[in-house]
Design a protein around this ligand. Structure first.
Ligand code: SAH
Length: 634
């Protein structure tokens, strides 16, 4: 199954039989729907059929689609979609696969610019070219109307078209970010056009209602504001506003308080404090109100989660306005304030801290039933509603041509890439400007795994990369082991393992067919495995005549193990047994030497090297090693 399933509902359309077969594979893998004209009904395809004209059928599925993927000529698609296109917020992404399947074209962005990303994914899956013409893509810049999505931010007001055009045109853009993670700032290309409020004199870096235009830096063409305020004046400069979800609305109310009163109370408090409703993370109340109709209705109407806590969890929270009356009634001296603070303390990730920014406000209305108390706390970490995903990826031995298509797709789809710096460099050309890259040194495996789990638990799609295969002396085992010790439920975050070509396979392919009979791999690293055990395995492999591949053969501090290994093998195998020594397989500086068991230590061997020792019947023929399976001797 493919990463494309993250983009449901997906619709695929073609009208030709030959293309329908190819497209049906893509549709099946992505759990999308393949639509075909009635005339193809007799074909053995898992598809749905339309009987009207395609133009009419398109009208029917238009609003139910995240993306529509056509395998038709571009001209036909343009004519079909022209009457239906409205705006980026509501139109589905439109993608065209050329009828001979040699390119994938991002035709119209769809909401949140999904078409570009989907085009890359489909191109990876089909192993073909993706054609993307959007300006931010060309400029290697995060696209201003999508980059906050991965953190769960909501879009606020703004002139998105002008600001996007200014940014992609390289015009200076002032960024004021007062809340939310700033990771997106870490990976901007050199010479980008952003100027951050922290970079300039702090007495002049605000642009609230009282600020004159001159107080923005000179030559600013656009403003990006990332914060909780609803209204800020940016004079006549085009601006856009993103809202990280950091506000926790604590609500207490009398039983059966009307929905209208609760909703207008929240609006009133937000307005009074100039807070944007898009910044709300969650509504929070005491558990005895979990069935309070007005609160439930507000959560539903505003599409917000509703957290509840019991009095026991709330009673010790320090609040500015405790009430003995409330304490007597419900067992905690504060509901709204304590709930807001408790909600905002939802995570300790990234040293989240909490501040009550609006103390309790009691709101009543003459013509509405009941009374509401509202308090608002702000967290420093934003609430991210996304379900985290972990992609454990083997990137193959070297350059990206050794990467599988599905691993490529997972890399493109990920929000964060975590790995050893050298391996990240090898896949750099695949990465998008929005992606967060975290490089670690070679020894920091535990840190990498723990960080990846933390980020995925918070709601990001995290790719952890290993060279070769991630489950062979790679990161997959460690990540899964840690999850298992943390009582992981198997679902959240979801985990998917993407296999890669391991060093022994890639080496074998380079030198012919040495693995045609039973073989094994042994790592000589005794950092995690005691040497006695490694030695036992070496003896077993040598004596049982396995073709044996040695990983981690020698490092600066581990010089002796490979010598001991040679001595053991010489007890069981002829010194003329063919041996291959391969360094940096699949990379630009690849080096492969064919030698013998007796001579192998005359060559340089280090941690970028894999050594393969043939069995008793392995032969060398020209520049190849061949281990006979027995076909010719039977
Ligand atoms: N997961 C990797 C193995 C990681 S252990 C895989 O499946 O291949 C690290 C060891 O793998 C290195 O010390 C070296 O022995 C071997 N190795 C990994 N990539 C290599 C390459 N491109 N060329 C040669 N050896 C490689």
């Amino acid at each position: 199954m493919s990463i494309l399933r993250n983009y449901q509902p997906l619709h695929f359309i073609t009208v030709k039989k030959e293309n329908a077969y190819k497209l049906s594979v893509l549709a099946n893998n992505s759990e999308g729907t393949l639509w075909l004209p009635n005339k193809l009904k007799n074909e053995q395809l898992s598809a749905q059929y339309y009987s009207d004209s395609l133009a009419i059928h398109l009208q029917n599925i238009w609003h139910q689609s995240q993306a529509i993927i056509f395998c038709l000529t571009v001209g036909a698609v343009v004519r079909l979609i022209a009457p239906l296109l409205k705006d980026k917020q509501n139109d589905p992404a439109i993608i065209v696969i050329s009828p001979n399947f040699d390119s994938v074209i991002s035709l119209a962005g769809g909401h949140q610019g999904k078409a570009d990303k989907l085009t890359e994914l489909i191109a990876s899956e089909l192993n073909t070219n993706g054609i993307i013409t959007s300006a931010s893509f060309a400029a290697h810049l995060p696209s201003v109307d999508t980059f906050g999505e991965i953190f769960g931010w909501h879009k606020g007001e703004g002139n998105w078209t002008s600001v996007s055009a200014n940014i992609t045109g390289g015009k200076q853009t002032f960024v004021r970010q007062t809340t939310g993670l700033k990771w997106w700032q870490n990976n901007l290309p050199d010479g980008h056009c952003f100027i951050f409020s922290e970079q300039i004199d702090s007495s002049k870096n605000s642009f609230d209602n009282t600020t004159e235009k001159e107080e923005l830096p000179n030559d600013v063409f656009s403003v990006i504001d990332i914060g909780v305020e609803k209204n800020i004046s940016c004079q006549n400069i085009p601006y856009v506003r993103w809202h990280p979800r950091v506000l926790w609305i604590g609500i207490g109310c009398e039983r059966n308080t009307s929905f209208t009163l609760i909703e207008s109370a929240v609006i009133e408090v937000l307005t009074k404090y100039n807070l944007a409703c898009e910044s709300i993370a969650s509504l929070v109340t005491i558990d005895i109100k979990k069935d309070e109709v007005g609160i439930l209705k507000l959560a539903q109407k505003w599409n917000l989660p509703l957290q509840t806590y019991c009095a026991e969890q709330l009673k010790d929270i320090h609040v500015p306005n405790p009430s003995t009356v409330v304490e007597k009634e419900v067992g905690t001296a504060s509901v709204a304030e304590a709930c807001a603070i408790k909600g905002a303390s939802f995570s300790t990730f990234e040293n989240n801290t909490t501040e009550l920014i609006v103390s309790k406000q009691i709101i009543k209305s003459e013509d509405q039933k009941g009374a509401v108390t509202i308090a608002i706390a702000q967290s420093t970490l934003e609430y991210n509603p996304h379900q985290g995903q972990l992609y454990l990826i083997g990137t193959g031995p070297g350059n990206i041509e050794y990467l599988t298509n599905s691993a490529q797709m997972a890399l493109r789809e990920a929000d964060v890439i975590i790995g050893y710096g050298l391996y990240i460099d090898l896949i750099k050309t695949l990465l998008r400007p929005e992606q967060i890259i975290e490089s670690y040194s070679i020894t920091q495996e535990k840190q990498r795994a723990q960080r990846a789990i933390l980020l995925a638990q918070w709601g990001l799609k995290v790719a952890v990369i290993s060279s070769g295969d991630c489950g062979i002396y790679g990161m997959a085992g460690l990540v899964l082991e840690i999850l298992a010790t943390e009582n992981w439920d198997g679902k959240s975050p979801s985990v998917e393992v993407f296999s890669g070509i391991t060093a022994l396979q890639s080496l074998a392919a380079k030198i012919g067919s040495p693995l045609m009979h039973d073989f094994c791999a042994i790592s000589l690293s005794d950092l995690l495995t005691p040497w006695e055990i490694i030695e036992k395995r070496i003896v077993a492999a040598a004596s049982a005549d396995f073709v044996t591949t040695i990983y981690n053969p020698r490092s600066k501090t581990r010089q002796e193990q490979i010598v001991k290994l040679q001595n053991i093998f010489l007890q069981y195998r002829n010194p003329n047994t063919p041996v291959a020594i391969a360094r940096s397989i699949g990379r630009d500086d690849e080096q492969i030497i064919l030698t013998t068991l007796g001579e192998m230590l005359n060559y340089s061997i280090d941690m970028l090297t894999t050594v393969m020792i043939g069995n008793n019947s392995t032969i060398r023929y020209k520049d190849l090693l061949i281990t006979p399976r027995g076909y010719l001797s039977n």
